[in-house]
Design a protein. Sequence first.
Length: 170
Amino acid sequence: MQSANKLPEPDPFTREEFLAWRGFLRVHAHVTGELDRRMTDAHGISLADYGVLITLVSAPGMQLRMGELGARRLVSPSKISRVIDELERGGLVKRTRDTEDGRSFLATLTARGLRKLREAQVTHHAVVRERFLDGLSERQVAELARVWDAAVPGVVGAEVWPPVQLRSVG
């Protein structure tokens, strides 16, 4: 039997594929780690909390069914429920029974939640620029948007993300 270090890598990346993938992962970790730290320090909300608030603000009536909110945030029903519990305790979100479907609940962004979101957006935008966008020219930013959309069609321009066909939460 061969030792583990003697087993060949199955279907290895090309050098270019490896560098592109590693770069994406490193940039993502670099930006989101700093975003989460600074949002928590400055505003008392995590990056995950911010994601829920930004998703709600763009929804009709600033509310969504819990299941739809979880699907848009790519998290399980139990995870979205825990996040909403925390945001509700802080007065940022209100949870109510959906009158159209007595089994479902709606998460609604409150006035306090909207104010918190707008304050947090200042930090969010500053960190994204500082850690990511400021290192790129306007042309590179536009090209990057084209590249993301080529990699996953619709990721840049879709009104609602992810589209139903790309949703899968365990």
